[in-house]
Ligand binder design. Structure first.
Ligand code: AMP
Ligand code: ZN
Length: 494
C-alpha cells in the first residue's frame, strides 16, 4: 500500500487530488476548534469526529502528523462578523462570572465530550488569548504591507486593495459584488470601514470590556479570523498541508484567513482545504442560535424532546460515519435506531472473531477485503463505503461461525488485525454496547448452554411447544438460536 494513493477533495480547487504532503512524511493538520462560550452541540461534534478520522487514517498510512486544534477564547463576536459583543464576554455577564471562568468551564466540558466520543487529543491545542502578541505582530505586518488601515483604535483589512492583486473569494467562490448585496444592510461600524467587505483584524474595546489587551492602537481585542492564521502558521509553518473546519466556516472565516496570511507577506497558507458538511435537524442546520441543537448529554440520556430514547456516543459516532463527511446528515429517531442495530451487528461479529474455528484451508479471501477498505478510505476518507466493506466481512465471519465457510489460522489473524485496525484505530469506535454481555461472558455461555440443553431435551421428547416457546422468548431478548448439524448455536444481536 503506497501512501500517495490517498485522494482528498480540496475545497479550494473543487477537485479530488492526490495527497502529496509538502514535506513527507510530515503532515500538518489544523482544525478550527470550538468557541468555548457554551456546551458544544452534536453538530460541532460531527465536525470534530470527521477530522478525528482524518487524523487517525493519516497516522495509519504512516505519516508523522502534527494535529493542531485551537480553542477560541476571545474575538468571536455574537454575529460571527464584526458586530455585537464578544460571545464569551456576553456569556460571562449572563452567568455573572469572569470571562476566563467561562473559558475554563466550557473548555473542560468540551474535553469531557471529546473523551466520550473517543476523539484523539490534538498534539497542540493553542488558545487565542495565549497568542495575543503574535496576533498584534501579524496586524502590524499587514498594515506595513499596505493591506490594512487603522480607524479610531480598530484595524480593518483592506479587501479592495488586496483584491487588486489577489483573488479574494477564491475559497468560497463569492464575488465582491454579490457580497455587497448580502451585507449592505447588516453593517455595524460600517462608517469606520473604507469598503463594505473590509473586516476587523483588531477591534477597539469599550470601557467596560473585561478581556482586552494593550496594542499600538490602544486597548482592544484581535479579530476572530486572525487567531487561526497566526496559530496555524506558528505551529505548522507558513504553508502547511491540511486545514479543516465545518462548511459554515468557509466564508468569511477561512476566506479571511487566506487573505490575512497572504496579506502579511506569507505564501498561500494551505495546500488542501477540507470542509465537513452540516448536521441538520429536519433539514435545518443544527445550531445553538436556531434553538434546534442537541447537547451530547441530552442524546445519551434521551432527554431531548425530539428523541424517543437515549443513544450511546459510539452509536452516534457510527451514525455519523455512515455518511461521507461532505454530505449533510439529518438527525432522526429512525436513523439512530438503524445505526444502533448496525453498530451492534458489527460489534458482535468482532466478538465472534475471538472464537472462530480454524481449518487447513480458507474458502474466503481476506486480502481482497482489506484492499477494499483501504481503497475506500483512500477515496477522500469514504467511511460509508468502508463500513459497507466491513459488513461484507461480517457475513464472512458469520458464515465461518456457522460452518458454511472455512478459514486458516493465518487468515484469521489477518482478519482480526484488519478489524481491530479499521474499526477501533481508524474509525475510532469502541466496543461499549455489548459490555453487559461480554463482561459476563462465562455466565452467559453457561446459562445459554443450559437453556439449549433444556430445549434439546424438549425436542427429543417431541415437546415442540416448549422448544418453540424457548426459541420465541429468547428472540424477544434479541437472542437467536440456530440449529446446525453440530447442535444448536446462539447469537445475540441487539
Ligand atoms: P463554533 O464553536 O461555532 O466555532 O463551531 C465549531 C465547529 O463546529 C466549526 O468547525 C463549525 O463549522 C462546526 N459546526 C457548527 N455547527 C455545525 C453543524 N450543525 N454541523 C456540523 N458542524 C458544525
Ligand atoms: Zn478558525
Amino acid at each position: 500500500m503506497t501512501i500517495n494513493q490517498l485522494k482528498i477533495y480540496n475545497s479550494l480547487t473543487g477537485k479530488k487530488e492526490h495527497f502529496q504532503p509538502i514535506t513527507p512524511p510530515f503532515v500538518g493538520l489544523y482544525v478550527c476548534g470550538p468557541t468555548v462560550y457554551n456546551e458544544v452541540h452534536l453538530g460541532n461534534v460531527r465536525t470534530f469526529i470527521t477530522f478525528d478520522v482524518v487524523y487517525r487514517y493519516l497516522i495509519r498510512l504512516g505519516f508523522k502528523v502534527r494535529y493542531v486544534r485551537n480553542i477560541t477564547d476571545v474575538g468571536h463576536l455574537v454575529d460571527d462578523a464584526d458586530a455585537g459583543e464578544d460571545k464569551i464576554e456576553k456569556r460571562a455577564r449572563l452567568e455573572k462570572i469572569e470571562p476566563m471562568e467561562i473559558v475554563q468551564k466550557y473548555t473542560n466540558s468540551f474535553h469531557v465530550v471529546t473523551q466520550l466520543f473517543n476523539l484523539k487529543n490534538p498534539d497542540i491545542e493553542p488558545s487565542a488569548t495565549g497568542h495575543i502578541i503574535e496576533q498584534i505582530e501579524m496586524v502590524e505586518q499587514i498594515i506595513k504591507n499596505g493591506y490594512a488601515y487603522e480607524v479610531n483604535g480598530s484595524v480593518y483589512f483592506d479587501v479592495k486593495k488586496y483584491a487588486e492583486k489577489y483573488n479574494y473569494g477564491e475559497l468560497s467562490g463569492r464575488k465582491i459584488d454579490e457580497l455587497l448585496e448580502q451585507t449592505r444592510d447588516e453593517l455595524e461600524g460600517g462608517e469606520e470601514k473604507h469598503f463594505f467587505a473590509d473586516f476587523a483584524i483588531w477591534k477597539k474595546a469599550s470601557e467596560n470590556t473585561i478581556m482586552k489587551w494593550s496594542s499600538p492602537w490602544g486597548k482592544g481585542v484581535p479579530g476572530w479570523h486572525l487567531e487561526c492564521s497566526v496559530m496555524s502558521t506558528k505551529y505548522l509553518g507558513k504553508s502547511f498541508d491540511i486545514h479543516g473546519g465545518g462548511m459554515d466556516l468557509k466564508f468569511p472565516h477561512h476566506e479571511c484567513e487566506i487573505a490575512q496570511s497572504v496579506g502579511s507577506g506569507n505564501e498561500h497558507p494551505v495546500k488542501y482545504w477540507m470542509h465537513g458538511n452540516m448536521l441538520t435537524v429536519n433539514g435545518t442546520k443544527m445550531s445553538k442560535s436556531l434553538g434546534n441543537s442537541f447537547l451530547p448529554v441530552e442524546l445519551i440520556t434521551g432527554t431531548h424532546p425530539l428523541l424517543e430514547k437515549g443513544y450511546s456516543p459510539m452509536i452516534v459516532r457510527f451514525f455519523f460515519l455512515q455518511a461521507t463527511y461532505r454530505s449533510t446528515v439529518d438527525f432522526s429517531n429512525e436513523a439512530l435506531k438503524a445505526a444502533e442495530k448496525g453498530y451492534a451487528r458489527l460489534m458482535s461479529a468482532i466478538q465472534l472473531l475471538e472464537e472462530l474455528p480454524t481449518s487447513n484451508t480458507s474458502t474466503v479471501t481476506i486480502p481482497k477485503l482489506i484492499d477494499n477498505c483501504f481503497e475506500s478510505m483512500n477515496d477522500d476518507f469514504n467511511t460509508p463505503v468502508t463500513i459497507a466493506h466491513l459488513f461484507d466481512g461480517v457475513k464472512i465471519i458469520n458464515n465461518i461461525k456457522n460452518g458454511s465457510e472455512t478459514i486458516t489460522i493465518e487468515d484469521l489473524q489477518l482478519l482480526k488485525s484488519h478489524y481491530y485496525s479499521f474499526v477501533f484505530e481508524i474509525l475510532g469506535l469502541k466496543n461499549e454496547e455489548n459490555t453487559s454481555l461480554s463482561s459476563h461472558k462465562n455466565e452467559m455461555d453457561g446459562l445459554m448452554n443450559l437453556i439449549i440443553n433444556i430445549r434439546q431435551n424438549a425436542k427429543t421428547e417431541k415437546n415442540w411447544a416448549t422448544a418453540d416457546l424457548i426459541r420465541d422468548e429468547l428472540k424477544k431478548l434479541s437472542i437467536t438460536i440456530q440449529d446446525t448439524k453440530d447442535g444448536a448455536i446462539w447469537n445475540y444481536e441487539k
